[in-house]
Write a protein that binds this ligand. Structure first.
Ligand code: NOJ
Ligand code: CA
Length: 674
């Protein structure tokens, strides 16, 4: 490991005793399997660990320090190297559902075992994994005599960029439930931000900073500072407990991975599976009960104020209305019906009364077992809705009973919600407190064979690999903002940014498919898209469960519904055909188990004409293409509705000429006929 030949003599004063230690600066290097990326790990003169990252000779990350501050004292310097170990892996694993079936996990690993040179002589191991598409590292606290229970007061992790780059981020301060618009500015000007952070360094260098496997720890955020040398140092700032502590732990203990994706074009970021690879393999032994699909729901009606969640004349979750939705689902091939407001607790100020929710008792006008039976007779299932309003203790106290009940009825999915900044009126959702709660829900759900769609979640970190019953999450400004946000709804560029930011963390329950753009809540608020762009969202936004979010009456006699009925939600392969972050993106996905492809393209407020190459299709195949395009005069500002639907035969050597209206899009189904 001592590959730096220049040895230096360093005098260190430890606990009043002068020790002389000999050490080299670099304590190890590890490269990606293709040799392109190199992580160099070093110890400073004071025994402080840091790393750098290079792509060939090009520096991607400059000296970036590591370590911890514990309640019992600093734990980031005075280290010496005890030993180091190398490992490598090249395996391919299968996703029960996903953007593609197979994922290659190919990396080289370096673990550096450190020990404090004096004092308690505590041990800390740094584990680095370098992939062809980036790197991750984690802190491992081995079992040891002088470190048992400990409290992390600060994680000293840094990511030091040699230049100040444009980055897309959402701020921590002022953002509720991760529901903010992503903005692009120089990193040095940003306040404390959530991850992922997506960065454009130059034409052929894009970076994403995030974390993987957030387990019993606090959420990683970064705060950037110009470092006076033209670069920027981002330091980790974990979400604290209300008492100011960050993480309570006991050795042996592992932190989540701190990840960096390195791409030479935006599409590389979407193709990276580094975050999933840094999570543990699936812990659910039998995954045969997991499903993917589409659902409708008694939902948009509440957001449009046609219905209420609570009891009264406009109570949406009544038996008759739910039957209407079940009938519609059965007729149109939707597997699920979400019903919000079915359970006790919604009357009054529900957002502040999380402790009043019952997750087993239905309102008198809602026949839970009868409706589930009615649905199952038609091949449909109810999706249970559990809004907690942040009452985590109240929810946890009922979890076993509620999930046992849903399982016994044949319900397979639960949408959870946390409309309250604080959990149990005290702790931040993204603190260790919140992270423990979300995990408890996922694990209990797995026990009862229930899938979870988590609204107001922790930012996903790839846990879906370990718990594939965590099928989707919100954690973004979703469709609901197009019902009631006072700023008019999500702007046209929003969908053109999400695939490169929030979606890199995992599936999004965005709930596309609004067909009626008229609004009673705020007349100026509506989807800032064309109707065709609503269809394209089913491809561009990835989720194994996708909602058709509008009220079912708005789908009556709508030819565009045919696309939603046909579009799958589980994929064998995913390709980005073109992209410019925030401006446009086209994604092609191949359905699992068939030879059919689906393509979705979206643009920002600017109209665009595109020539789409179909060379990714089977060379000798012939496909029937159903093409949904913005029609003449379509414009999100004046007339979102015009759409042309055409059918033609295509093959791999063909090109399609497509027109996208302002904030428009296209959606294409390609069925292989030969
Ligand atoms: C916020 C969720 O995002 C939304 O989908 C839900 O309808 C409400 N909370 C009520 O639970
Ligand atoms: Ca929400």
């Amino acid at each position: 490991m001592m590959n730096n030949k220049v040895l230096r003599i360093v005098f260190t004063i430890c606990m009043g005793v002068i020790t002389i230690s000999l050490h080299a600066k670099s304590i190890g290097k590890v490269t990606s399997p293709d040799g392109n990326l190199t992580v160099t790990v070093s110890l400073s003169k004071t025994g402080r660990p840091y790393f750098t990252l290079h792509r060939g000779a090009e520096m991607i990350l400059d000296k970036s320090q590591m370590g911890m501050k514990l309640k019992s004292g600093d734990f980031y310097q005075n280290f010496k190297v005890l030993s180091s170990k190398r490992d490598r892996k090249d395996e391919t694993w299968q996703q029960p559902w996903g953007e593609e079936t197979e994922v290659r996990n190919h990396y080289n690993e370096l673990s550096v075992n450190l020990q404090e040179k004096c004092g308690a002589k505590r041990l800390l191991t740094l584990v680095f994994r370098v992939f062809n598409d980036g790197m991750g590292f984690r802190y491992v606290f081995p079992k040891q005599h002088n470190l048992k229970n400990f409290v992390i007061m600060d994680e000293m992790t840094e990511m030091t960029l040699p230049t100040d780059n444009d980055a897309w981020t959402i701020p921590v301060e002022g953002t509720e439930f991760l529901e903010a618009l992503w903005t692009k500015e120089k990193m040095s000007t940003k306040p404390r931000v959530y991850t992922p952070i997506t960065m454009e360094v130059k034409d052929d260098l894009y970076l994403v900073f995030h974390e993987a496997n957030l387990t019993d720890y606090a959420t990683l955020n970064y705060e950037a500072k110009a470092n006076g040398k033209g670069g920027v140092t981002m330091k980790s700032e974990l979400t604290p407990w209300s008492t100011g502590e960050l993480v309570f732990a006991s050795a042996p203990f592992k932190s989540p991975w701190r990840t960096v994706i390195v791409g030479s074009k935006p599409a590389d970021l979407i193709a990276s599976r580094l975050m999933l690879n840094l999570n543990d393999p699936c812990k659910i032994e039998d995954t045969s009960w997991l499903e993917t699909g589409k659902y409708v729901g008694i939902w948009w009606g509440m957001h449009m104020e046609d219905y209420t969640w609570g009891q009264g004349e406009k109570h949406g979750a009544n038996t008759a209305n739910t039957k209407r939705y079940i009938d519609f689902a059965a007729e149109n091939g939707f597997k699920g019906v979400l019903v919000e407001g079915w359970n006790e607790g919604w009357d009054g100020d529900w957002g502040s009364n999380g402790d009043l929710f019952s997750f087993t008792k239905a309102y008198p006008d809602y026949d839970l077992p009868g409706l589930q039976q009615y649905a199952m007779n038609k091949g449909v299932r109810l999706i249970a809705h559990n809004e907690t309003s942040g009452g985590a203790k109240n929810y946890e106290a009922q979890l076993e009973d509620a999930f046992a009940l849903y399982h016994s009825l044949g319900i397979k999915a639960v949408k959870t919600g946390y409309v309250n900044r604080l959990m149990d009126k005290k702790e931040l959702q993204h603190s260790q407190y919140g992270i423990r709660h979300y995990r408890k829900v996922i694990e209990t759900a797995a026990k009862y064979q229930l899938m979870i769609v988590n609204h107001e979640p922790a930012m996903p970190t790839g846990l879906r690999r370990t718990y594939p019953n965590l099928v989707s999450a919100e954690g973004t400004r979703g469709q609901e903002y197009n019902a009631w946000s006072q700023d008019g709804g999500n702007p046209p560029y929003h969908i053109c940014i999400l695939p490169f930011t929030r979606q890199l963390a995992g599936p999004i329950d965005f709930t596309p498919g609004i067909f009626d753009f008229k609004n009673k809540v705020y007349p100026k608020t509506h989807p800032q898209t064309t109707l065709t762009k609503q269809l394209a969202e089913y491809i561009v936004i990835y989720s194994p469960w996708q909602m058709a979010a509008d009220m079912i009456e708005n789908y009556k006699d709508q030819p565009a519904l045919t696309f939603i009925k046909s579009v799958p939600t589980n994929w064998q392969q995913t390709l980005v055909l073109n992209a410019d972050i925030g401006k446009y993106i086209t994604i092609a996905r191949k359905e699992r188990g068939t030879d059919d492809w689906y393509i979705g393209g979206v643009t920002d407020k600017n109209a665009r004409d595109m020539v789409l190459d179909l060379k990714f299709l089977d060379q000798d195949g012939v496909y029937k293409a159903m093409i949904y395009q913005d029609g003449p005069g379509a414009d999100y500002r004046t007339n979102p509705y015009p759409m042309t639907i055409t059918q033609q035969k295509v093959k791999a050597s063909d090109q399609l000429n497509l027109h996208l209206a302002p904030s428009g899009g296209f959606a294409i189904q390609l069925c292989k006929i030969k």
